[in-house]
Ligand binder design. Sequence first.
Ligand code: SF4
Length: 412
Amino acid sequence: MTNLAEKLKILTDAAKYDVSCSSSGSNRKNNINGLGNTSVSGICHSWSDDGRCISLLKILMTNNCIYDCDYCINRFTNDIKREIFSVDEIVNLTINFYKRNYIEGLFLSSGIYKSPDYTMELLISIAKKLREIEKFNGYIHMKAIPGSSKELIHELGKYIDRVSVNIELPSEKSLKLYAPQKKYSNILKPMNIIKDKIIEIADDKKFFRNTPNFINAGQTTQMIIGAGKETDYEIIKKSENLYNSLNMKRVYYSAFVPVSSSKLLATIKEPPLRREHRIYQADFLLRFYNYKSYEILNDNNPNFDMNLDPKANWALNNFHLFPIEINKASYYELLRIPGLGPTSAKRIVSYRNLSNLTYDNLKKIGVVLKRAKYFITVNGEYRGLKNENNTRVREMLSISDRSNIQQLSYLS
Ligand code: SF4
């Protein structure tokens, strides 16, 4: 019989491919009868050796799975050691680690054990015991298992802060090829059930103070990059749709990591980490910069330039819109300037309420002009390249982008 430490090693390692974890979004304080809170930083984070953010107690309940997804190390035809935690083992680990200050929450995923409903019932037992018996008040993020019933999803949602249903592959075509036992409708259905219930509970809370909580920190999902044949444009369109139609809090992206004995994906040797990075950049443009997917890429130009970030690429393709006068641009126009983020744009807008900005003022309020200088004037003065044209600026920005990328430890 495997001892607990060995089980922990196997099921922690098996969980590292799931990147849809983050403790943001939940803000519950401890109470007098409780243990823990979510308001400090939720789950403790660490960095895996390939650079992904992982929590200290990020585990699978089991790596047993009845499915055979070609991209997954836990698929049933893969010859690996299988383990399963009991409900009490996970509850005790969480409480003991929490009390020792090792963790601030639990991120629990699982293979599909026996059936989707059976797996969900075990996950619910863990969440319920933590909350009701142990009075654990820390952050809990769990998977909802595609194919499980609406009632079980509603039940799980009563105890946890965040849930994810992983979409894994960006199109139905890829899902059929690499995960033939899964159905796209079975993945979208729980996402819709969760979205509808979150809206219903939010409405009830306006009228009834004692409305029980339901997944306060919302839902997230994960997409694997580079397993299917989808273009970058198809991927970001899918994410845009998930944000708009399902109120998704985050879409996480995971460069496909080649796993042993994959049948259909054996030719892929390296995870496409740089591509993953570009997709994350585009995701930020969708969520925080007011871009639409069709502005970032399109059918004629469906993949990212690996030498240039998507925002700079958009600006160079629309070079006729620049330079923008810093003292007149709206907040959203400022956000379109390469090198300026929401923090700098907000500072500019608020400083302009007091006085006209100069280049010196911009420096003083912390605006970095290394990239922005090619795209702005300040009181009519331009400090970019003389006789500027977008080819020359593209070269300059590509050089600066390469040095930024080299600083990212997870990119080779
Ligand atoms: S259902 Fe999940 S755990 Fe099971 S093989 Fe597919 S991806 Fe892996």
